[in-house]
Design a protein around this ligand. Structure first.
Ligand SMILES: NC(=O)c1ccc[n+]([C@@H]2O[C@H](COP(=O)([O-])OP(=O)(O)OC[C@H]3O[C@@H](n4cnc5c(N)ncnc54)[C@H](O)[C@@H]3O)[C@@H](O)[C@H]2O)c1
Length: 351
């Protein structure tokens, strides 16, 4: 694929496609968006008018187009696996949104489809790409806070009903048939993936509770998926910590991760000015002003689409290659099992 543009198809033209995928491809000189498909044809047409490219009549029509090299899958969670596998089998490379799939079996089938077809499958675990997280990982690897012992990672905001292009109390995010799970799938998966990335170790045991406390659908009934989830994760390297995901943090978003080590504390995206604050054992503070996290209201370039395009051109494995995300999916589904059984769940097959 050297010396040629990568031709992209966008499947699903909602909020994440409009805020990240489409503008980030549009600003990449090696990417060319050939066209769009969305159940809502008018939405796809409006996007095509704004950014150029055509509107396809179906996923099949897009995948049958030999000029398409790769697709971004930006649809509801329930369709990630089927569309990604269909695209891989049609010989396309795939960048799929998180959560990768709605079951571990489907996640593994996606990885297998990529391998079988010798195509690239990347998952949009964009927290790995945030400059502050990259720096925090380097600082942790340099033992800036000594040996990591425990962590507390949180992703909470007021809920997806103000985010989705089809928002409000009937958003698909609240519909179990389309989302399968709630806050843990929407937000928890980001932090479960992040802590393993930052601490360079895999989750091997999980205890979790998922609950629905406050979110109601248009009939006034509590929604059928979790609006809060709290999990305890034990890592292979002995580190233990919690991941909290919430759709009921009204008024202010929390996207912070705090790591407590033998020589001090590292607070990441916890201070409004300094994206990393290191507090040494003796109380000394070191402040790092690196960047601000992307939030629903503050969209900055994620770098994910650039990495997808670069890895296709350079024929290399991308940073959030699907295989590297499998253990995050294992941890998510172990959390769900722990909630259902009331037991601590051990993850087999961790690397
Ligand atoms: N990486 C991130 O930080 C991040 C942030 C937000 C959303 N997401 C993920 O992106 C995906 C899409 O979320 P969103 O916020 O854009 O939702 P959205 O409701 O704003 O948009 C979804 C779009 O997909 C279309 N659609 C749904 N199913 C389809 C199908 N089978 N075929 C074609 N079109 C279909 C809808 O008509 C709509 O236009 C979700 O899986 C979500 O978890 C990721």
């Amino acid at each position: 694929m050297e010396n040629k543009q990568i031709n992209i198809g966008i499947i699903g033209c909602g909020r994440i496609a409009q805020t990240r995928h489409i503008p980030e491809y549009a600003s990449n000189k090696n990417a060319n968006i050939l066209g769009y498909f969305d159940f809502n044809k008018q939405r796809a047409e409006e996007i095509a008018k704004k950014y150029g490219g055509k509107v396809y009549e179906s996923v099949e029509a897009m995948l049958a187009d030999n000029d398409i090299d790769a697709v971004s899958v930006c649809v509801t969670n329930s369709a990630h696996a089927s569309i990604s596998i269909q695209a891989l089998n049609a010989g396309k490379n795939v960048l799929c949104e998180k959560p990768m799939a709605t079951s571990l079996e489907d996640s593994e089938a996606m990885v297998w489809a990529a391998k079988k077809n010798h195509k690239l499958l990347m998952i949009d675990q964009n927290q790995r790409f945030a400059k502050t997280h990259i720096r925090a990982k380097e600082l942790l690897e340099k033992n800036t806070i000594g040996k990591a012992l425990t962590f507390k990672s949180t992703f909470g905001h007021g809920g997806p009903e103000t985010w989705s292009v089809d928002g409000g109390p009937n958003t698909w995010f609240f519909d179990k048939n389309k989302s399968k799970y709630g806050a843990i799938f929407d937000l928890g998966v980001h932090k479960i993936d992040l802590v393993q990335y930052l601490l360079n170790s895999a989750v091997n045991n999980v205890s979790a509770r998922l609950t629905t406390l406050d979110k109601k659908d248009s009939t006034g009934k509590l929604i059928g998926v979790d609006d809060n989830a709290i999990s305890i994760y034990e890592l292979d390297n002995g580190v233990i910590g919690t991941v909290t995901s919430s759709w009921t943090y009204y008024g202010e978003e929390d996207n912070s991760t705090i790591v407590y080590g033998s020589e001090g504390i590292m607070k990441i995206y916890d201070d409004p000015t300094y994206s990393i604050v290191v507090i040494k054992k003796n109380g000394e503070k070191i402040l790092y002003d690196i960047d601000q996290i992307q939030t629903n209201d503050n969209q900055t370039k994620s770098g994910v689409m650039d990495e997808f395009i670069d890895s296709l051109i350079e024929k290399r494995v991308p940073k959030s290659d699907a295989e590297s995300v499998i253990n995050s999916m294992r941890a998510v589904f172990a959390s769900i099992e722990s909630n259902e059984t009331g037991k601590r769940v051990s993850i087999s097959g961790t690397k």
